[in-house]
Design a protein around this ligand. Structure first.
Ligand SMILES: Cc1cc2nc3c(=O)[nH]c(=O)nc-3n(C[C@H](O)[C@H](O)[C@H](O)COP(=O)(O)OP(=O)(O)OC[C@H]3O[C@@H](n4cnc5c(N)ncnc54)[C@H](O)[C@@H]3O)c2cc1C
Length: 359
């Protein structure tokens, strides 16, 4: 016997969980996740940053809204979720100038100031520097747990080990098979991350060209002590970033390499090259890798997420293509999606319109 629900969310990453938390009090919600645990894929593999200056205008709006909501959540649960983590671009004059020309928030700073802010930089590694002191670090796992707990408290049903294998449109919504479970849902939400297009194929819905791209990160040990409240340092040429992660360093080569939807794994040679690159700009002296991972950042060609009902398939809602912004926009994107599903936000909403799959 199929379980009935108003909304069936497919995907137990931060996108699906934040929507379940937001919709739970208003509608009967079920969420299905293919893996045996929630947030197994990209949502547990991020760099955990919320950067108000990062991304195009709709993303910046959603990030600002999310930051203020996450501050409220933090007060309510009595746990710090956000901490200041200013970031600095370093590199050649041309590369830093390009970054400055693309941002209203970045400020040029002198080499002296850059070295004063980050004394472990090698002076010879920077001709120019620019600062964004609005950037924050976010405890993404605390946020994910909060969304899950809120969803459950509101009565949402969460099923792990439940990969969607069939989805059929019927007159009053969808009949969906997920693992051993079957659902009759008014609306299906596609929050399947890298598998958003494959889920559309399973559902007989036109794909939107959402492409997964690999991005690797690692936590490494250093011979010199790391200042725990130090800056995040990014190569203005896009070849690396690093930031303190407790007493260790979190590092990334910032690669954007197309991939199929899969449980992505790091390539050891890439991490070795990255450590060399970062050792060439800092005196911290990376000695070895503690852990490394790769996640998939999935986005359409125009780089903006897809939030809204499908153009052709009735009651099929997209919440996908968050690229490198899915953590920093999660609260506001779920709020927007919930508003579109309940009808309290119209398709003409100025933030909704550029994200609509109809664009
Ligand atoms: C190295 C790295 C650094 C990043 N840094 C940041 C950052 O600093 N700030 C930021 O905002 N973002 C960052 N991101 C991006 C961010 O992590 C993603 O945008 C976000 O996690 C996407 O969440 P999601 O829920 O859409 O996807 P996912 O977390 O991948 O969740 C999708 C889920 O759907 C499930 N699923 C798929 N198909 C099915 C099916 N058929 N049936 C059931 N379940 C299914 C999958 O198992 C998966 O658990 C980073 C990403 C990477 C890789």
């Amino acid at each position: 016997m199929a379980q009935t629900c108003d909304v069936l969310i497919v995907g137990g990453g931060i996108a699906g969980l934040s929507l379940a938390a937001r919709l739970g009090p208003e509608m009967q919600v079920a969420l299905v996740e293919a893996e045996s645990s929630l947030a197994y894929h990209t949502s547990s593999r991020s760099a955990r940053q919320m950067q108000p200056s990062h991304g195009p205008a709709p993303i910046r709006t959603l990030t600002e809204r999310s930051i203020s909501a996450v501050e409220d959540i933090s007060d309510r649960i009595g746990r710090r979720i956000l901490s200041p983590r200013p970031l600095m671009f370093i590199g050649t004059e041309d590369d830093v100038a390009l970054k400055l020309s693309a941002s209203e928030v970045l400020q040029p700073i002198s080499i002296e100031e850059a070295l004063q802010r980050s004394p472990d930089l090698r002076p010879e590694a920077l001709q120019a520097a620019a600062l964004d002191d609005s950037s924050l670090q976010v405890e993404a796992d605390v946020l994910v747990d909060y969304y899950r707990d809120q969803a459950l408290a509101a009565g949402a049903q969460i099923h792990c080990d439940a990969p969607v294998h069939t989805a059929q449109q019927v007159s009053a919504g969808w009949i969906v098979g997920a693992g051993e479970e079957a659902f009759h849902a008014g609306t299906v939400v596609n929050a399947a991350g890298a598998w958003a297009d494959p889920l559309a194929v399973i559902s007989g819905v036109r794909i939107l060209g959402l492409e997964p791209f690999r991005r690797t990160a690692a936590v490494v040990n250093t011979s010199e002590p790391v200042a725990e409240d130090g800056h995040m340092i990014l190569g203005a040429d896009g070849s690396f970033y690093y930031r303190p992660d407790g007493t260790q360093l979190l590092i990334s080569p910032c690669e954007t390499v197309a991939s199929q939807a899969e449980d992505a794994r790091p390539i050891a040679a890439d991490v070795d090259r990255l450590m060399e690159r970062i050792n060439s700009v800092t005196t911290l002296g990376i000695t070895g890798v503690d852990r490394a991972w790769t996640g998939l950042r999935t986005e359409p060609a125009d780089g903006l997420p897809m939030v809204g009902y499908d153009e052709e398939a009735p009651h099929f809602f997209w919440l996908a293509g968050q690229g490198g912004y899915g953590i920093q926009t999660s609260w506001a994107m779920a709020d927007l999606a919930a508003g579109l599903i309940t009808g309290s936000i119209s398709d003409d909403d100025p933030v909704a319109r550029p994200l609509s799959p109809l664009r």
